[in-house]
Design a protein around this ligand. Structure first.
Ligand SMILES: [Zn+2]
Length: 183
């Protein structure tokens, strides 16, 4: 059985996603991540592609793992949102991994709420990392990618991937919603 630690977000008071023994906890509401075991709790840096800095609009969050392979480092993307309609072995994260999405990341507020904790993401990493990789990931980061809102779907512009809003949890943070707390 997996035990879940219930703590609340130092920024907004909403529930943090956490698992026993894992200090790294994303907030389910205000798109920040915290080391909840630090005294006082410390905000963990989050990222987005440097090229999309200042771009408004909805974003999708991912855990990105840096995994060493014979050919160098590969980035493995695991969705931090949930979309029950997506196959876990063929989701947008898997597509970004296969296409070797390689934007430079810059530290920035995430701007996207998260539905998956880091432990679950690490478990998913095990099933999707390249065969030639050895050992654990060298690093993990929470990254959000800008998307277009097209009627009833979010579209990730690099891959053209469509995610129906009705299948997306949590929904995107849209214009008019309160912005994530500044760091
Ligand atoms: Zn919060």
């Amino acid at each position: 059985m997996r035990s879940v630690v219930l703590r609340s977000c130092p920024a907004c008071g909403a529930r943090l996603l956490g698992a026993a023994g894992v200090s790294w906890m994303p907030c389910t509401a205000c798109a920040s991540a915290w080391d909840a075991f630090a005294e006082p709790p410390e905000r963990i840096p989050t990222f987005r592609p440097a090229s999309s800095r200042g771009v408004a609009g909805p974003r999708l969050p991912f855990y990105v793992f840096g995994v060493g392979t014979r050919a160098g480092e590969t980035r493995v993307f695991v969705p931090a949102y949930r979309a029950p309609g997506e196959r876990s072995d063929a989701d947008l994260g898997a597509r970004l991994t296969v296409e070797r999405y390689a934007a430079e990341f810059a530290e920035a507020p995430l701007g996207a709420a998260v539905a998956r904790g880091p432990r679950e993401a690490a478990a998913l990493l095990a099933s999707r990392r390249p065969k030639s990789s050895g050992g654990d990931a060298a690093w993990m980061a929470l990254v959000s990618l800008s998307c277009r809102l097209e009627r009833d779907a979010l579209v990730e512009p690099v891959t053209g991937w469509r995610l129906p809003l009705a299948e997306l949890f949590p929904g995107p943070i849209l214009a008019g919603a309160p912005p994530p707390a500044a760091s």
